[in-house]
Design a protein around this ligand. Structure first.
Ligand SMILES: Cc1cc2nc3c(=O)[nH]c(=O)nc-3n(C[C@H](O)[C@H](O)[C@H](O)COP(=O)(O)O)c2cc1C
Ligand code: SF4
Ligand code: FES
Length: 645
């Protein structure tokens, strides 16, 4: 029997009661315990009833959790030939047999005010499970933290267990869960980045100065991982305002001016993009594009995934398209690998180049819907995308709701594609075991195309300008272009688009050389996952497949340049601290291994045999790339900088 509808009306005969008019539902009998329950008004909203667990009982499928109201047990009962919804306030109703029993259900009780506040915040959004993180953001934004009462109310509203809400809320760094009796955080939060580029630019001194100079009851100062602005290190986030080349004075001035919101830079909007021929290619492809031809164009251009793994994009599209539908497209905009900021760079300038590439990808795999997972550390990008997606809908280029922008919540691991999918589903970002791969079993169990932001941007460029823009560039026997995010001790850090075969010497040259007074010592070739290489290895082409024989990889091309003023050992420790913080904790080799490694690396002299044993266990037995690659900084530092360890 499908859902049945009923509505609540006030019966004349019974005081303070609402009779329940039920169509098509015969409530033959009900629990004897509640037969004489005093009737109390409940809600005036139409109810949807369906038999549960047998035909003689019913649950309201809209307000199912009303059945567990704090002040008693709600039940459907019958009297005077009518059906009533009753609220039983007798003590002991939670215990069968003799004795007082429990007056209320177990666990936290629902607070009506918190419940009303949560309902007001959620408005008419569907209470669907995958929106949990979005809803937690709404509460965190409105109240500055997540109180136990609000979490309980959200559990009620979403018909989820409190445990499910709690485990998600506590997984993500940007949610502040405050239990009963705990003090909520102050209204203003400063997050000081302490990843490698900011660390060598003085992040610790900056953090200490801020802690000394600010009243902790007004402002709290937290450490945080890379914010994707490494070229302007040290960086901090005041509220949602990122302060580049941060100093305590800049922070004081921003606080005084109440400048705590994201600064949205000027960018190419829809009108400007269309005026330059934007979306003509998409229209042409939608009209009569041939998948095989487009796939071949991408393969010939040599486009490979720029999120780090370098998988040929055309081939990936083919796998997803070949899997039975419905399918989804999920864009990876998490950009959490410290030192990487190329996606932000492009999104803050040419968001539509990426959006057009994404819609071409969606066409290619016939995606039912596109999800964009954007990291919470990029509030300006979130605003740009929100506005430009609305413009696309207004212009009729996409149907309303076809592009679903999701906001991360401060967890690096959600950049790993299966963890990202879990997060889009509203869960903790725990990487999945493979196989199956997300191309076959991804979002909501459906085949899913996951591509990095920059990969999709190149899709649009290749199809608009021709594959030669990549395949026509050759250097040191390598083809293509690479967006290097360069930071550290160079004169002009930033995103540098250079031939993929460029060496570190070329990259430093493109950055105007080393900062005066600094001598090149070492570099991180592709984020902390890639570890450190010495300056003596600056003549290797910085491309996919080349660095593997040196025990590392190019990854997302996140390059941090170190000088003789920096310690390789400290840099490696910084990297392992990051992994220790960001490990999702799902598997022991990574969770315990990172923590143990940090301890061992703090010793005056490293216990190298023990560290090597640990590295082997982590690399061999971790579930995902985080734990598998975390040993790289340890091994490469022991190998190339033995004097320091
Ligand atoms: C620990 C970890 C973190 C990752 N972080 C990101 C990320 O922030 N952004 C990204 O695009 N890919 C990231 N990846 C790679 C993704 O899993 C995936 O390969 C990529 O999004 C696929 O898109 P592409 O083929 O266009 O590169 C990460 C992988 C691992 C193992
Ligand atoms: S390797 Fe680390 S991050 Fe990956 S699943 Fe295991 S614990 Fe989580
Ligand atoms: S913003 Fe600090 S290291 Fe990237």
């Amino acid at each position: 029997m499908g859902p049945l509808t009923g509505s609540v009306v006030k019966p004349p005969a019974l005081n303070q009661s609402y009779a329940l008019k039920v169509k098509n539902l015969q409530l033959a009998s009900h629990s004897r315990r509640f037969a004489n329950a005093p009737h109390r008004p409940l809600c005036e909203t139409p109810l949807q009833l369906q038999p549960w667990p047998n035909e003689s009982e019913a649950i309201c499928v809209v307000f199912g959790l009303h059945l567990l109201r704090p002040s008693g047990y709600v039940w459907l009962t019958r009297g005077n030939g009518k059906h009533y919804m009753a609220l039983d306030e007798r003590k002991g109703v939670w215990k069968s047999g003799k004795g007082k029993g429990r007056h209320t259900p177990k666990g936290r009780q629902l607070d009506d005010q918190a419940w009303n506040e949560v309902r007001a915040l959620l408005g008419d959004r569907p209470r669907s499970r995958d929106l949990l993180i979005e809803f937690l953001h709404l509460i965190q934004d409105a109240h500055g933290h997540l109180s136990a009462a609000h979490l309980r109310a959200l559990a009620e509203e979403m018909r989820l267990s409190m445990a499910e809400i709690y485990e998600v809320a506590t997984f993500y760094a940007h949610f502040d869960v405050v239990k009963e009796g705990e003090t909520p955080p102050p209204a203003l939060t400063i997050r000081v980045c302490d990843s490698l580029a900011c660390e060598i630019a003085g992040a610790q001194q900056l953090k200490s100065a801020l802690e000394d100079g600010l009243d902790p009851s007004d402002v709290r100062v937290l450490r945080a991982p890379c914010m994707g602005r490494c070229d302007t290190a040290p960086v901090l986030e005041l509220g949602h305002n990122h302060i580049d080349h941060a100093t305590p004075e800049k922070v004081q001035a921003a606080i005084a001016a109440d400048d705590t919101h994201a600064h949205v830079p000027g960018y190419e909007d829809l009108a400007a993009y269309q005026a330059a021929g934007g979306y003509a290619k998409l229209a042409e492809i939608r009209q009569g594009g041939d998948f095989e031809t487009i796939q071949q164009t991408l393969l010939d251009a040599g486009l490979r995934g720029l999120g780090g793994a370098g998988f040929p994009s055309g081939r990936k599209w083919g796998f997803v398209r070949a899997a039975p539908g419905p399918r989804y497209l999920a864009v990876n905009g998490d950009e959490g690998e410290p030192g990487t900021f190329k996606d932000r760079y492009y999104l803050e300038r040419t968001p539509h180049l990426f959006l057009e590439g994404m819609l071409i990808g969606a066409w290619a795999v016939e995606a039912e819907k596109c999800f964009i997972y954007m990291r919470d550390e990029y509030p300006a990008v979130l605003k740009i995308l929100t506005d430009e997606i609305a413009s696309l809908e207004e212009a009729g280029i996409v149907a309303p709701g076809y592009i679903d922008l999701r906001r991360g919540a401060g967890a690096y691991i959600c950049g790993e594609e299966s963890a990202m999918i879990e997060s889009i589903e509203g869960k903790r970002g725990l990487p999945r075991h493979r196989p199956p791969f997300v191309a076959n079993v991804g979002l909501f169990g459906r085949p899913t195309l996951v591509n990095n932001v920059e990969t999709l941007l190149w899709v649009a460029r290749i199809l608009r300008e021709g594959g030669e823009i990549l395949s026509g560039v050759e250097k040191n026997g390598r083809k293509g272009l690479r967006s290097f995010s360069v930071s550290g001790r160079v004169k002009n850090p930033g995103v540098h688009l250079l031939p993929a075969g460029s060496t570190m010497q070329d990259i430093i040259e493109a950055c105007g050389g080393m900062v005066d007074g600094h001598t090149f010592k070492a570099y991180q070739p592709g984020g902390p996952s890639a570890g450190l290489l010495p300056a003596s290895m600056a003549d290797i082409p910085m491309d996919f497949d080349v660095l593997q024989e040196h025990g590392t990889f190019i990854g997302s091309a996140a390059i941090v340049v170190l000088s003789e003023a920096d310690s390789a050992r400290d840099a490696a420790l910084n990297m392992l601290r990051f992994f220790e913080d960001e490990s999702c904790g799902q598997c022991t080799p990574c969770r315990v291994g990172c923590e143990k490694a940090v301890k061992l690396m703090q010793a005056d002299r490293w216990d190298q045999p023990l560290l090597e044993e640990l590295c082997t266990a982590m690399a061999d037995a971790s579930i995902c790339g985080l734990g598998q690659a975390a040993p790289n900084p340890i091994r490469l530092t022991m190998k190339h900088f033995p004097d320091e360890v």
